[in-house]
Design a protein around this ligand. Structure first.
Ligand code: T4K
Length: 372
């Protein structure tokens, strides 16, 4: 790549093209393009084995997967979520006329803070939906205790945490179910795609039906469903990318440590920490821009953009400051001091297989102000 080529956060990791085209050709020969074909079934089995989970139901994307999970669990009224997340977490609820109730985050993990949750529980609360933000698992046990105490459900938006573990168990096994995203920008992608994972047989069955219009058999619809199916070409991409998962994990680890070495000597910039004893995809390299850094977060972002480094402010300004929530819940921010502080400070830097040591040096030099 050229010296000053554009570096994107979220540039896809792409496996062997030859193997992809081979699988695509076989698919064309079979003339089976979607509706739970061979490739989707193979991918689901491989993902379930990798995660050690009983059921992995593939989906057309993570957002529809969230919507289906919410519906299959029969949620209603209010669901407690963090505000520092991608807007799809909130929209998947509001889309079904369920109110997302925004809860503050833990300063150390950026995930929903269990100590804040009970302040938001009302008779209308039906669930807590945690988000394992930037590959770091929520405090799962604390959340489960609160959910059990109040007789409400617990599920997870695990869009950032495929390939990550918590106390040795892969994410995908917790709560009632977990929702994964395999979008192009995710560490593992199927172009567009996602999955719901669960160890609950009954729930899995319901999710499968809901994902396919509610069809129980040919010409037999059991109840309301939608179209959440993953296509065969997406599954082909997933199968090819799955073969290279270990090497992508290694690359992200190497990139992260290269950033760490560079940023350890850069006052004012603090790199996200991961538990080195757990499996982790290190998909987002997140820095917190402190008050002692000579520029604001936005000035640093402008500086990086000027050098073709497309850093992102994921997830500024927080869902509660975007529509329709900004209008519907104008005072939500009063309960979210840590969210509001962190949203102003975070910046995500590029990583993944397109990023090499030289590029990281370019990013670091820009952060250190060695360029004009
Ligand atoms: N929950 C959470 C916590 C999530 O983060 C997400 C998705 C979801 C739920 C929903 O899952 P999905 O329904 O998407 O499966 C991007 C992704 O589209 C989205 O999947 C992701 N989170 C979110 C964090 O990032 P945008 O609006 O930032 O996308 P965009 O078009 O600005 O692209 C992001 C970056 O990736 C850019 O720097 C360009 C680069 N890029 C993008 C594509 C598509 C490439 O280099 N190549 C590409 O092919 O949402």
């Amino acid at each position: 790549m050229e010296e000053n080529s554009i570096l994107h956060v979220g540039a896809p990791n792409i496996g062997s093209r030859e193997k992809f085209f081979e699988r695509a050709n076989q698919m064309f020969d079979r003339r089976w393009l979607t509706n739970r074909g061979e490739l989707v079934q193979e991918l689901e089995q491989k993902l379930a084995d990798y995660l050690g989970v009983k059921h992995c139901i593939s989906m057309c994307n993570g957002t529809v997967a969230l919507e289906i999970a919410i519906r299959a669990l029969g949620l209603s009224g209010e669901v407690i979520i963090p505000s520092l997340t991608f807007i799809a977490t909130a929209h998947s609820l509001q889309w079904q006329e369920i109110t997302p109730v925004f809860c503050d985050i833990d300063r150390n993990t950026y995930c929903i803070d269990p100590r804040e949750i009970e302040k938001h529980i009302t008779p209308k609360t039906s669930a807590i939906m945690g988000v394992h933000l930037y590959s770091r698992p929520c405090d799962i046990e604390a959340l489960q205790t609160i959910a059990d105490k109040h007789g409400i459900k617990l599920l997870f938006d695990a869009a950032h945490a495929f390939g990550c573990s918590h106390k040795g168990t892969m994410i995908g096994n917790f709560g009632e179910c977990e929702v994964l995203s395999f979008h192009a920008t995710k560490f593992f992608n199927t172009f567009e795609g996602g999955a719901i994972t669960t160890n609950n047989d009954e729930l899995a069955e319901k999710i499968r039906l809901m994902q396919n219009f509610g069809f129980k058999g040919m010409d037999d619809v059991g109840y309301i469903g939608t179209n959440g199916k993953m296509s065969e070409i997406c599954a082909a991409m997933g199968l090819v990318n799955l073969e290279e998962l270990a090497s992508v994990l290694e690359t992200n680890k190497r990139n992260y440590h290269a950033y760490k070495t560079g940023l350890d000597t850069t006052p004012g910039l603090t790199l996200i920490e991961f538990n080195e004893n757990e499996k982790c995809n290190r998909q987002y390299v997140v820095v917190e821009v402190g008050a002692d850094y000579p520029m604001t977060r936005d000035e640093l972002m402008e500086q990086l953009h000027a050098h073709n480094i497309r850093a992102r402010r994921y997830f500024w300004p927080g869902c509660h400051r975007m529509e329709p929530y900004r209008s519907l819940q104008p005072n939500a921010g009063m309960m979210l001091p840590i969210t509001e502080e962190i949203a102003e400070r975070i910046l995500v830097l590029p990583t993944g297989t397109v990023v090499d040591a030289k590029m990281i040096e370019r990013v670091l030099n820009t952060c250190k102000g060695k360029y004009s």
